[in-house]
Ligand binder design. Structure first.
Ligand SMILES: NC(=O)c1ccc[n+]([C@@H]2O[C@H](COP(=O)([O-])OP(=O)(O)OC[C@H]3O[C@@H](n4cnc5c(N)ncnc54)[C@H](OP(=O)(O)O)[C@@H]3O)[C@@H](O)[C@H]2O)c1
Length: 371
């Protein structure tokens, strides 16, 4: 397994990690036992960085990992998170204590802020995080889903003594982090933990791109997923955390770093298989609700924020209005139409954009189409 440094710490992490996000709907004990054994098999294959969060399966992910790690905890680098509603110093402490209990350990290697919360002063959060390190409950700190501007400010305050990683979405489809986060991570010695590295299993934007990727994969006797994971981990500060519930795919992912991609193929891959930004009028976008996740259907609902989303659409709009935009929304054409789209991801970002700029200003989007 290829090992990389976690930030500027002396800790080594596997370039391929295990993502362990699970759905709230997973209640079957049998499935939990299978997950436990899949996690252990990943560790046996050298995938020793494990990423979880209290919110995954409402604590179930951490609890399964805790069981899976019995007797082998010392060989693993354990990364968990703290949810936005718990970012006060007392909230962080409570959250860490809960994680330690479920994970059945006495120390978290990497504690990451899961999402920003504009309602809690960031200075309070940073104090709370430092306390956890100074109390010996946490070794290093990371942040997820902050804008680049906020990331720089947090890094300045925490310094590399505390801040080891930034977790952001990075895959072949969405390469937005290459502009700022990636060079910054490289220059400052901050690990970039790439989440959704396989674009949530869709890997690319459409069937044509998949065919090109398959053609490249064939020349290496590898699979499309392996080519993408290898391509991501070629970038020095990047480690990936693909999620799988399948032992065979765990093996496939573990074996994605035992070969080199030649430069010519990297250039071909990037030219042919990358998602492209488009600016789409908010009026052309239908806010769909077919994923089982609740959405706001009207501007009034979004402004009311009855679901208590953190950050709220209004809070995110204030950030967007300053030009600080997090990442593009994901769209799918409605029945192969070229001018009507369904919103796949970015339910809060969509409404935040509309609050900030109205329905007329086009918003940055990435479009996938497997029809
Ligand atoms: N910080 C954050 O806000 C944040 C947000 C999202 C995710 N994450 C973290 O990132 C992890 C991964 O992200 P993700 O689950 O969104 O996306 P992902 O890892 O890109 O995709 C997971 C999907 O890919 C499939 N898959 C896994 N290995 C494969 C392979 N070799 N070939 C083909 N398909 C494969 C899995 O299906 P099978 O299970 O059937 O194999 C699953 O459907 C999460 O578990 C979580 O730890 C963090």
């Amino acid at each position: 397994m290829l090992l990389k440094k976690l930030g500027q710490s002396g800790i080594e992490i596997s370039a391929i990690g295990q993502g362990t996000g699970i759905h709230h709907s997973l209640t079957n004990r049998e499935v939990y036992r299978e997950l436990e054994s899949t996690i252990r098999s990943g560790i046996d294959m050298g995938i020793t960085l494990i990423d979880t969060a209290p919110v995954y399966g409402d604590g179930a992910s951490e609890a399964i990992i805790g069981k899976a790690l019995k007797g082998i905890r010392h060989g693993v680098v354990l990364a968990t998170k703290v949810s936005p509603e718990n970012l006060s110093p007392a909230g962080i402490k409570n959250s860490v204590e809960g994680s330690l209990r479920r994970l059945q350990t006495d120390r978290i290697d990497l504690l990451q802020v899961h999402w920003p919360n504009p309602q809690i002063p960031i200075s309070d959060t940073l104090l709370g995080l430092k306390d956890m390190v100074q109390d010996g409950l946490v070794r290093y700190v990371g942040i997820c889903n902050f804008s680049f501007k906020d990331t720089q400010e947090i890094h300045q305050q925490l310094t590399s003594k505390f801040l080891a990683s930034v977790q952001v979405e990075y895959n072949l489809f969405d390469r937005s982090i290459e502009r700022e986060f990636l060079p910054y991570g490289q220059q400052e010695g901050i690990t970039i933990i790439a989440y959704s590295p396989l674009h949530r299993g869709r890997i690319v934007a459409n069937r044509k791109q998949y065919a090109v990727l398959q053609e490249i994969a064939n020349t290496y006797h590898k699979t499309p997923a392996q080519i993408v994971l290898r391509w991501l981990t070629v970038h020095l500060p990047v480690v990936v955390i693909p999620n799988t519930t399948n032992g065979q795919r765990m093996k496939e992912n573990a074996e994605s770093i035992d070969f080199d991609l030649i430069d010519e193929d990297v250039r071909y891959l990037e030219a042919q298989c990358t998602g492209h930004f488009r600016e789409i009028s908010p009026r052309s976008i239908h806010v769909a609700d077919d994923s089982g996740r609740s959405v706001y259907r009207t501007l009034e609902e979004a402004l009311g924020n009855a679901m208590n989303c953190v950050p709220s659409p209004q809070e995110l709009a204030e950030q967007i209005a300053t030009g600080d935009f997090l990442k593009p929304v994901r769209l799918r054409p409605v029945q192969s139409s070229h001018d009507r789209f369904e919103l796949l991801e970015g339910r809060i970002r969509y409404w935040a954009w509309v609050i900030a700029h109205g329905f007329e200003k086009p918003l940055p989007a990435l479009i996938e189409d497997f029809s």
